[in-house]
Design a protein around this ligand. Structure first.
Ligand code: 6GU
Length: 243
């Protein structure tokens, strides 16, 4: 069971960190088959042009559909899911990471400048390719490369065998509980006058679990009231409601 991911970009060096850390190890272990391609390899002119001025006028440049089409025709396979990072996409979140981790082939097409000619998404959708336009959040970046890093890391760590202890995936922020994670502590028990909460040193597993749940609820209420609103009321017990 391995996932193939192809990333197309005019800045392949931007993706160099994907050789490091857990993602790098997943690649070495054959769990993740990642390929980064230079879009300019599919240009045909002397200047290796990938962009042009926008029809209708306006600032900036638009990436050409013909260059992207030649590249994607070669890279896409029948089971591929095409991901187009763009600030006008749907916000990428953990449920999408889980869904993508169950795929066999992801192709990430990184736009730059003002974006990719809109006919690229339209053409591949009409051809039956699953196309998802994804945003990282409500701010503007210079291109899709950082989003490609984010998607590859978020997906790779969900592949079986990448994160050493699968339990690390269970109690994390944006996990199944729909809450932010509780605060964590390690040695020393006192640091600069600050003590680790007594309950965590008590060895009393039920009390520790209750304390962590309370902290997760308090944090989520303070920082992300939208997440608390979205919780299924049936997921809250009587004690939760007191917090
Ligand atoms: Cl995916 N791309 C760009 N260019 N800007 C963004 C983004 C993506 N997500 C948030 N801002």
């Amino acid at each position: 069971m391995s996932v193939r991911i192809d990333v197309l970009t005019i800045f392949p060096d931007y993706l160099a960190p994907l050789g490091l850390s857990l993602v790098g190890k997943a690649r070495e272990a054959g769990i993740l088959d990642l390929h980064v391609h230079d879009l300019r390899n599919w240009t045909t002119d002397r200047h290796r042009t990938v962009d042009d001025t926008p029809f209708g006028g306006g600032a900036g440049m638009v990436m050409r559909a013909d260059v992207w089409g030649t590249a994607l025709d070669e890279i896409l396979t029948p089971d591929a899911h095409l991901l187009l990072p763009t600030p006008s996409g749907q916000v990428f979140a953990q449920p999408t990471a889980h869904a993508l981790a169950a795929e066999t082939h992801l192709v990430v097409a990184c736009g730059r400048y003002e974006g990719i000619d809109a006919r690229v998404a339209e053409h591949y959708r009409a051809a039956g390719v699953r196309v998802s336009e994804l945003s990282l959040g409500d701010y503007v970046l210079n291109g899709g490369e950082v989003a490609a890093l984010v998607v590859v890391e978020a997906v790779a760590r969900l592949l079986p065998g990448v994160v050493g202890n699968p339990e690390s995936l269970v109690e994390e922020s944006h996990g199944e509980a729909g809450l932010l994670e509780y605060p964590v502590f390690t040695k020393p028990p006192t640091w600069r006058g600050l003590d680790v909460p007594d309950v965590l040193l008590s060895g009393h597993h039920a009390r520790i679990a209750r304390w962590r749940r309370d902290e997760a609820l308090r944090r989520t209420a303070a920082r992300r009231p939208d997440m608390l609103e979205a919780l299924d009321p049936a997921a809250l017990d009587a004690r939760d409601r007191e917090v």
